[in-house]
Design a protein around this ligand. Structure first.
Ligand SMILES: [Mg+2]
Length: 330
């Protein structure tokens, strides 16, 4: 995007009565979901590897623990596509979302190779529970110990579908983001992480600057507080926890707090989509998910137009991804 368009948009956003222009909102919505898949695919080759003990990732690479092809993606993207497909077809229906997660788990729908090859422990047991009870609001465990990054990794469809509620009706956005966690991750850390991340992404999609949405004084945080009490650990992240840490203290772990912090750190300290996502995946460990979370944020900020052509064309199974993306963002 040309610099003057960005600047004009910022000027427009200073005026509460104006709306950001539709084409760039659409570009950032598409960027958010594509960014998720790209971060996932870039990280998949080094998932479970210790930071500093692998050849730094600079582009798509085949192999990794699931032995998939370069550019192919994992559970993060499969679950995001299941939710995106559900929202596009059924509107907001948590039970339908959970049924599609079960479809992915049982039949390999939404997977690059027709198999569910990498379901997380918490997600697996929650989906079993959903199959028994049919209750998506109570199938995700609520114990603190189960605070994995499995619900923020798939979040993008929520801010994409409901960003237009920002800033005037935050309740719809926040409630749906929080609810989206419940089928698999019911702990307060996970639910709050979804609420906070959806707000940041909605702000970005609607044209707020990166500096604005990462500022603890962003007025939207007060708006969120009216509908949702953030878990204290997530409130720390929103307050900029990563800025007080040395780079060596940032971890690409599977814990939701560490993962959100790492993704925000990589996003905050980078000037382009590509730099942010590579920084995230090169933390190793749960690299595909750190990449997917950072990719959502970076894609919502810089848009599809800010993603290098090679990352867009090298992304695997666009035949599965594109029809769903096109229905979610017509
Ligand atoms: Mg994964």
């Amino acid at each position: 995007m040309m610099w003057w368009r960005k600047k004009r948009e910022r000027l427009m956003n200073a005026d509460d009565n104006s709306k950001p222009d539709e084409a760039s909102v659409r570009d950032r919505k598409r960027g958010a979901l594509l960014g998720l898949a790209i971060g996932d695919a870039l990280g998949s080759a080094v998932e479970f590897r210790s930071r500093g003990y692998f050849e730094p990732v600079t582009g798509y690479r085949g192999g990794g623990p699931h032995r998939i092809e370069a550019g192919e993606w994992t559970d993060d993207t499969s679950m995001a596509l299941a939710m995106a497909d559900s929202i596009a077809e059924a509107g907001w229906d948590l039970e339908d979302q959970a049924r599609r997660y079960v479809d992915w788990y049982r039949t390999g729908r939404y997977s690059v190779n027709g198999r569910c090859f990498d379901i997380g422990l918490t997600t697996g047991s929650a989906l079993h529970r959903f199959e028994e009870t049919g209750d998506p609001r109570n199938s995700g465990p609520t114990h603190e110990r189960t605070s994995g990054n499995g619900s923020i990794m798939r979040l993008a469809p929520v801010p994409i579908a409901f960003a237009h509620h920002y800033p005037q009706d935050l309740r719809t956005l926040i409630d749906r983001a929080a609810d989206s966690s419940l089928p698999t991750h019911g702990s307060s850390q996970c639910v709050s992480a979804c609420a906070a991340m959806a707000l940041i992404m909605a702000g970005l999609i609607q044209g707020e600057t990166k500096a604005m949405v990462l500022d603890p004084k962003w007025p939207a945080w007060k708006g969120l507080a009216a509908y949702h009490k953030l878990d204290p650990l997530i409130a720390d992240v929103v307050a900029g926890s990563w800025r007080k840490k040395r780079e060596s203290e940032i971890r690409g772990s599977g814990h939701v707090v560490a993962c959100l912090e790492a993704a925000l750190w990589a996003f905050d300290t980078s000037k382009t989509f590509e730099a942010a996502v590579l920084k995230a995946v090169n933390l190793g460990d749960d690299a595909d998910t750190t990449g997917a979370v950072c990719g959502q944020l970076a894609g919502a900020c810089w848009g599809e137009s800010g993603i290098p052509e090679s990352l867009l064309t090298g992304l695997g199974r666009r035949d599965i991804l594109d029809p769903i993306l096109n229905r979610l963002v017509p």
